[in-house]
Every structure is written in structure tokens, then in C-alpha cells.
Write a protein of this length. Structure first.
Length: 671
């Protein structure tokens, strides 16, 4: 049976290789395919993708970039319907220069009663909307999407810009056939860099060719009779630098539990403009750079460094708040709180000020840069050694080489001697050195006013703790009742406030009750909801009707009840990328159980202790019986927030043992 499956896969692959991928030439076999031959879990697959980047010379505009895309996608089930919508981000520069979408056309194919039916993409299936002042989104929505359909579309983007977008080689679904080529004229020099964290790296073939263009010149002739203009066409040749990639069966980039931003591992290549050359090959303008130059360029821009020198509009307000505080970190906390109260984040990222610090302060709203550059300016006005820190957020990935495009966020650092603190005033519940999770992406670049810059670690070693006290009274009707008390600190408290801080009590209770069996929660108290200097304190009463199971004259129950982790999220035999818990944490449970009348303990879990790695994580489980009371202490201490792929199998076993222990049952028998 196994050999037959392999044979069928090979046949399917061979059919794919022989397939005619010409636009509009859909085969019946493609429509009949029920599952992907190499990935049965795929909800859709790219049957064919061709992407060609080239430059066309026109006398009026010079070299114009053209990006031509042809893509054919098979949709297996409803989960794959999202692949029938394509969003294109078109950029606009100064002087009205902008990218244009041209020649978009497409068809949706379905198999109906054994016959192929197609529906054309109409003009009303292409939508335009403004994303921001520099970007327009064109959305292509294919018609008549059904399970089993195939969509085929093609389009061209014409751009006046010579900056080339990243080449993406890997999707979240498999790609059967991928063809890419980039052809650039010799006057533009580019650096190329594969994503070093990707586990799939395509083969790159480089070559050269010749390109040519025509130009028209005119000259004026005068005679005693009349004047005339002569036109002459000339052509010139130039070298083309070409890179090509042709790959079959590109595997899907699949999200795994606790993988952080999976885009950090996506197979792609960044192409960065290094220099513009003249006809003799000499450099006319160099863009080759390093992180120091990138940092200096950003700092000197009007929407960044200039914002840090403006203080007149807030000077009196800030002086009345912070002038009597001497400790720089205390000043940082007070002024961060003040900025939070004055300026609301509009949800937009960016290291460049959108409105400017003054306008954001007066209007009470701004983007991340407006807010955090304002905080830096306020701190500096009070003599605090504060500087901006450039960040690439977790959903933006990690910069592959020095480039301004690598950053999309900015926070604040305060330094005093050997100590420092990181702050983000765009997040209502953040604390000093407790940043929102979106910023915890490897390292940030500190920019100082003297032109120097350096890297600083963003990931925190500050442990988040969640301490839970569970009181349980077991009843002879198989129910349980009692009280839960929780104390939550640091990043876990930040996440809890973000999740529940704005909810009504009824919605908070409903969320707590979810997936906890037949439970009713009451008398919920949420202390320190907004006081971020204190741990979150949660207290509630509960009644659980299905706490125990009765078999014969014995009762069975798990002592952690609804708080136990019942299933391990780590199911794969191996992992391609690390487990990322973001921050180190410690979960503590103290459980006191009062046995039901007329029952005694027949058996209970043994006390144990597990350890992972070199003190990377510890788990302990201690159970004691004291008369009619059971006491349990359960503790998971994760000291390392990153688990490398090479350690995955051992950690998987470690975590499975934890789950098994948490769900181990106590057996009661009648006295």
C-alpha cells in the first residue's frame, strides 16, 4: 500500500511537470484533483507561479520597472477560499510618481457535470482603496469560488521606481512550479541576500544578456526660404544582469505552535539598490551602506531627529510634573504615564512621525513615532539621557542587511550609568522594561544625537509569573465548588489587561468559563485593572458539576480540575524552527482539596520533578494527604524562552510528561 501511494505521488508530480501552464489552458485533471499529492493537509496549492521583473526604457521616463505575474491556484476546500483574493500594494512617491496596475485579467474554473465552466474576472472584481498617504491597495477578488475550483490570473505592475520588492519563494501553501527572473540594466547595481533563517533555499542561476533601446534626436536647419526640424532615431545597447529561479515542489511554510513570526523563516531574497553607474561603469551615486549610515540618515530626517528638538509646546506642562523628580527612571515612568494620558495611539506603526510631535500632542492622537519621539523629547528636556530605538516588529521580520526598510517601529531607551530601561508609550498597559509583545523581536538600534548608534537586545530576561490558588470542595453528587485566586505579573499581566481590561464583567466571566466544562463562575473581582505598578489580582467563585467520574464505588478526578493543560501543542515529530515562548515565565499552582464525606484516597499521583536541558526548565509536582484534605503544589519554571530545533524532541517529551502528570487522576473509594 505504501509503494502504491509513492507511485501515485510520482505520477501526479510527472503530470505537473508536463502540464501546459499557458494562461487560460486549464486541464480537467487539475479540477478533478481532490487533495494535494504531496501535502494532504493543504487547503489550496499554487499549481504555477511565474514572476518576471524587467526594466523598459522610454525616452520620456527613462527606465521603468515592470513586474509581471501569472498565477494558477487550486482551491481544495473552504479553508482555501482566502487564496481567491489578492492584495497588491502600489506605492506613490513625490511629484505624482506612482505604481500602476495594468492588464489584470483572470478566470475561475469549475467542473460541472463533467464539463469545465469558466467565469471571467470583471472590472467590479478589482477594488481600489487608500492604505496611507504613500500606498494604495488594489484588491483582486476572483468570482464564483467553490471547493475544487482553479483560478488563473495575470497582471502587470508598472513602476517608476528602481527599488525592487523582495522575491518571495515560499507561501503558506505548497507551490508545484515556480519560475522567476529578474533582469536589470547594467546602470543599476544591486545587492542580493537570501533569508538565512529559511529552511528552503532555491537554486539561483545568474547570467548576462544584451538589451537595447531607441532614442529620437532632432536638429533644426535654417535656409533662406524656411526653417525645418530633422528627426533621427538612434539605438543604444546595454548589458542586462539576469537572475533566474526555477523550482518544483516548494513546500508550504506551515505555522507551528509557538513559532513566533513564521515570516522570519520564509524563503525569500531581498534585492537592495547599491549604486547607480554611468555608461563607463563608474559610480555616479552610491547607496552601499552600513547600519551606522542607515541610522544617521534616519536620525537626520525631518520626521525623526527634528522632532526630538521641539519642546516649547510642552515645556511648561512637563516641568510642573517632573521637575522635582531626581531619579531618571522615576522621571521616565512619570512622563511615560503622562504621554499615555495625552496622546492616544492610532494603531499605525512607523519610525517616522506621521503628524509630528507637536500636532500629535495638541490633537491627542498619533502613530507610534509621534508618541515615542515625543516621550524622548520630553525626557531630554528634563535632562534625562533618553534616545530613540529603531525596531522591526515581530510581524515585520528581521532585516537581512542594512536598510531603512528593515525598521517599522520606534521605542525609547533611558540610560543611567550601566543601567537602562526600555519604554513604549503607545501601549496603555506597558511598564518600564515590559514592552508589548509586538516589539520583542531580537534587537533594536539605539540612535544617539551625536550620530553614533548601536544594537541592544529587546528580548527580556524578566520572568513573568502567574500564581494560582485553587480551593476545592468535592461533593458526593460529583460536583465541586470553591474559589480561585490569581496573582499575575510582568508580561503576563500586560497581556491579561489587554485581553480583559476593556471587557464588561459578564463577558470576562464568559471568556473564563470557555472550554472549562460545565462550570459556573460568580463573584469575579479584577483588582489593579489599570494600576500597572501592581500585579493583576483575580478572584472568583466557581461551581463545576462534572468534576468527578463515578465508576462502581470509586470516584475519579484530576486535582487541577479545569486548570490542567489537557493536550500538548507540540505534536510534530520534528521542527524546522525554534519554539518561541517570547519571555521566560513561571506558573505556580497551590491546590487545597476537601474530600467528600464518606470517601478516602485509594491512590494518588506520586510526587516528581522533571528537568529540561541545563537548567532551562523545571517542573515539580508535590502531592500530600492530610486527613480529609489533599494538598498539591505544581510548578513550571521556564527559564529559557527559546527552544532550538535540535532540542525539540527532548523538550516535546518533557512537555508531554507535564501534560500527563497534570491530567493524572486521584481515585477515591468509600470509607
Amino acid at each position: 500500500m505504501k509503494n502504491l501511494t509513492i507511485l501515485l505521488c510520482l505520477v501526479s508530480m510527472q503530470l505537473a511537470f508536463c502540464q501546459d501552464f499557458k494562461f487560460g489552458k486549464i486541464s480537467k485533471a487539475e479540477l478533478e484533483e481532490k487533495v494535494h499529492p504531496l501535502d494532504s493537509t493543504a487547503s489550496a496549492a499554487v499549481l504555477y507561479r511565474k514572476e518576471t521583473v524587467s526594466f523598459i526604457y522610454t525616452q520620456s521616463d527613462g527606465f521603468m520597472q515592470q513586474r509581471e505575474i501569472t498565477e494558477r491556484i487550486k482551491i481544495y476546500n473552504k479553508e482555501g477560499f482566502d487564496w481567491a483574493t489578492k492584495k497588491l500594494y502600489l506605492y506613490e512617491g513625490g511629484s505624482g510618481s506612482k505604481e500602476q496596475l495594468n492588464g489584470a485579467k483572470g478566470y475561475t474554473y469549475n467542473l460541472v457535470s463533467g464539463k469545465i465552466e469558466k467565469e471571467k474576472l470583471k472590472k467590479n472584481g478589482i477594488f481600489e482603496e487608500d492604505f496611507n498617504e504613500f500606498t494604495e491597495i488594489n484588491t483582486i477578488t476572483m468570482p464564483n469560488i467553490k471547493e475544487g475550483c482553479v483560478i488563473d490570473y495575470t497582471y502587470k505592475i508598472v513602476s517608476p521606481f528602481i527599488v525592487i520588492d523582495d522575491l518571495i519563494f515560499q507561501y503558506d501553501i505548497p507551490i508545484n512550479r515556480l519560475e522567476m527572473s529578474v533582469s536589470t540594466p547594467e546602470y543599476y547595481a544591486y545587492n542580493k541576500q537570501f533569508n538565512s533563517k529559511a529552511f528552503f533555499v532555491p537554486k539561483l542561476v545568474e547570467s548576462t544578456s544584451k538589451g537595447s533601446a531607441r532614442v529620437t534626436t532632432s536638429s533644426r536647419t535654417n535656409s533662406t526660404v524656411s526653417a525645418s526640424r530633422n528627426y533621427q532615431q538612434n539605438s543604444f545597447e546595454y548589458k542586462l544582469n539576469i537572475i533566474k529561479i526555477n523550482e518544483d515542489n516548494v513546500p508550504a511554510l506551515k505555522t507551528e505552535p509557538y513559532s513566533g513570526n513564521v515570516n522570519n523563516y520564509r524563503s525569500k531574497m531581498s534585492i537592495e539598490l547599491a549604486a547607480i553607474l554611468n555608461q563607463y561603469g563608474a559610480t555616479e551615486k552610491s547607496f552601499s551602506t552600513n547600519w551606522e549610515k542607515v541610522s544617521k540618515t534616519i536620525y537626520e530626517s525631518s520626521d525623526f531627529g527634528n522632532q526630538l528638538n521641539r519642546s516649547g509646546f510642552f515645556k511648561n506642562d512637563v516641568a510642573s510634573i517632573a521637575s522635582n523628580i531626581n531619579d531618571p527612571f522615576e522621571k521616565a515612568f512619570v512622563l511615560q504615564s503622562y504621554v499615555k494620558s495625552k496622546v492616544r495611539w492610532n494603531g499605525i506603526y512607523g519610525y517616522r512621525a506621521q503628524k509630528g510631535t507637536r500636532k500629535a500632542y495638541l490633537e491627542g492622537e498619533g502613530n507610534v513615532a509621534d508618541i515615542n519621539l515625543l516621550l524622548v523629547a520630553m525626557l531630554r528636556s528634563q535632562g534625562v539621557n533618553a534616545n530613540p530605538v529603531l525596531v522591526s516588529t515581530r510581524n515585520n521580520g528581521i532585516p537581512l542587511f542594512p536598510t531603512r526598510k528593515g525598521f517599522n517601529y520606534v521605542i525609547c531607551i533611558v540610560e543611567n550609568g550601566d543601567n537602562y530601561a526600555l519604554l513604549d508609550a503607545s501601549e496603555p498597559y506597558s511598564m518600564i522594561n515590559v514592552l508589548p509583545e509586538r516589539t520583542l523581536n531580537w534587537q533594536g538600534r539605539v540612535l544617539k544625537d551625536d550620530g553614533s548608534s548601536y544594537w541592544i537586545t529587546l528580548r527580556s530576561n524578566k520572568k513573568a509569573t502567574e500564581a494560582t490558588s485553587l480551593n476545592v470542595k468535592l461533593n458526593t453528587d460529583l460536583s465541586a465548588s470553591g474559589k480561585v485566586r490569581q496573582s499575575i505579573t510582568s508580561y503576563t499581566a500586560l497581556n491579561y489587561r489587554n485581553r480583559y481590561g476593556q471587557l464588561a464583567e459578564a463577558d470576562h466571566i464568559k471568556s473564563l468559563e470557555k472550554n472549562k466544562g460545565d462550570i459556573v463562575i460568580s463573584n469575579l473581582i479584577f483588582d489593579n485593572k489599570t494600576d500597572i505598578t501592581q500585579p493583576v489580582k483575580i478572584t472568583y467563585d466557581y461551581e463545576l458539576s462534572d468534576a468527578m467520574e463515578e465508576i462502581g464505588d470509586k470516584l475519579y478526578f484530576s486535582p487541577l480540575l479545569f486548570l490542567a493543560t489537557e493536550e500538548s501543542p507540540f505534536k510534530l515529530d520534528e521542527r524546522k524552527y525554534p519554539i518561541d515562548f517570547v519571555i521566560p515565565f513561571e506558573d505556580k499552582y497551590l491546590i487545597n482539596i476537601m474530600l467528600p464525606e464518606g470517601y478516602t484516597v485509594e491512590s494518588m499521583p506520586e510526587s516528581i520533578a522533571y528537568e529540561f536541558g541545563d537548567n532551562g526548565a523545571k517542573f515539580s509536582y508535590v502531592a500530600k494527604l492530610n486527613g480529609k484534605y489533599l494538598q498539591l503544589s505544581v510548578n513550571l519554571d521556564l527559564k529559557s524562552s527559546i527552544i532550538l530545533p535540535k532540542d525539540y524532541v527532548v523538550f516535546k517529551d518533557f512537555f508531554e510528561n507535564i501534560v500527563e502528570k497534570q491530567t493524572e487522576q486521584i481515585v477515591l473509594t468509600k470509607s
